[in-house]
Design a protein around this ligand. Structure first.
Ligand SMILES: Nc1ncnc2c1ncn2[C@@H]1O[C@H](COP(=O)(O)OP(=O)(O)O)[C@@H](O)[C@H]1O
Ligand SMILES: [Mg+2]
Length: 371
């Protein structure tokens, strides 16, 4: 992503030298990644790995609609980036044998933009709206009406002479995707007949995904090679697929092309993704927190200065995963390292360190992984 004029370059821009744009463990899709991803997307619900509950719920919704010969209810897909929302939207259209029309919240600035899209729909179409929480307010209000009554009022003219012309919309299915379900106003949320909440994947599921992707990329991978990649993927298929591609490059250039545990470990060491999926920035944050601030508590601003990053980068890029995996806690007095963090860095916490939530005992000194 190009830095916006006048803004300080962010970690995303600066990390480019090594990874061609952003950090390797970033959960959002990166510029040139979309085409590659398209090739790895499961096409049917049966092909989808994991998310068992969502898969079963959704297959019922779709099968029932097919049985009635009607469009299924509107579906909201909620969850962090990289877990399969876009994939599921495409699957819904494919399973209904319907065309998929694609738009996104940020692309709809005015109600008129939405009216143009809606009036172009045919009966049974699936309209995918990515990042639906970023749609403008006036468009949102038009969308409520379209979802419920399959009609909209198009306002023609301005001021006292303006008139609303009602416009019929053929029955369609809206599939909305959001990483921030909490930001959706409840009238919008309530108009979805079904909300699928996607969960992070466990290692076994990610291993299956790595094996499947390797098959599609026509690269041989051993079970322990796939396990090595899966365990560093932060519960996220998009990251699994990205790490797999980097490991494939390494295996192709530096060894015979096949991926075993050895290739996976060496490649990911080269790219500075450690055995729990932490990258350089994540480790820099933990290292500053433990080595310089005795484990905290320390304020976000101070921590950001210590790692030479913007506050926002530390808060939005590094912290979510560090908090989720129990390395760091946010307390009213500041950021605090947990026993797990000390242990992961191979450090001994100071005697009498109080750990948030009382989790974990004193950490012991760990040897560096010999490989
Ligand atoms: N359940 C899954 N099984 C296999 N691959 C998946 C699964 N979920 C996601 N992926 C892969 O991960 C990548 C990102 O998925 P995507 O649907 O674009 O995520 P999102 O839209 O939630 O950010 C895609 O290449 C897709 O093939
Ligand atoms: Mg997506």
């Amino acid at each position: 992503m190009m830095p916006v004029m006048g803004e300080t370059p962010s970690y995303d821009d600066l990390a480019g030298d090594l990874t061609g744009g952003r950090t390797l463990v970033e959960a959002e899709a990166q510029g040139d990644e979309r085409a590659v991803e398209a090739a790895l997307r499961p096409r049917t619900l049966d092909e989808l790995i994991g998310q068992d509950r969502v898969r079963e719920q959704l297959s019922l919704v779709l099968e029932a609609a097919r049985g009635r010969g009607k469009s299924p209810d509107h579906v909201l897909l909620a969850g962090p980036p990289g877990l399969g929302k876009t994939t599921l939207a495409m699957i819904i259209a494919a399973e209904m044998g319907a065309p998929l029309r694609v738009t996104s919240g940020p692309a709809i600035q005015h109600a008129g933009d939405l009216a143009a899209i809606l009036s172009g729909l045919n009966e049974g179409d699936v309209l995918f709206m990515d990042e639906i929480h970023r749609m403008s307010r006036p468009a949102e209000e038009m969308l409520y009406m379209a979802m419920e009554d399959f009609r909209v009022d198009v306002v023609v003219g301005k001021g006292p002479g303006a008139t609303a012309i009602p416009l019929e919309i053929p029955p369609f299915t809206l599939v909305g995707a959001t990483t921030r379900a909490g930001l959706l106003p409840s009238p919008l949320r309530d108009r979805f007949g079904f909300t699928a909440r996607l969960e992070f994947y466990d290692s076994a599921e990610l291993e299956l995904i790595v094996h499947r992707s390797a098959r599609l990329l026509q690269v041989e991978i051993s079970a322990d090679g796939a396990a090595e990649i899966a365990s560093r993927s932060r519960g996220t298929p998009r990251i699994s697929n990205r790490l797999l591609r980097r490991v494939r490059d390494y295996a192709q250039v530096r060894s015979g092309g096949d991926i075993q545990r050895r290739e996976a470990k060496a490649a990911l060491k080269l790219y500075e993704v450690d055995d729990l999926g932490l990258d350089r920035l994540d480790r820099a944050v933990l290292d500053a927190l433990c080595a310089r601030f005795g484990g905290g508590p320390v304020g976000l601003g101070t921590l950001a200065v210590a790692v030479g990053e913007e506050r926002e980068t530390v808060e939005e890029v590094a912290e979510p995963f560090l908090v989720r995996s129990g390395f760091l806690a946010r307390t009213p007095r500041g950021r605090v390292a947990t026993a797990t963090a000390w242990r992961h860095l191979g450090l001994r916490p100071p005697a009498g360190a109080a750990f948030p939530g009382g989790s974990g005992g004193p950490a012991t000194l760990f040897e560096e992984d010999p490989d």
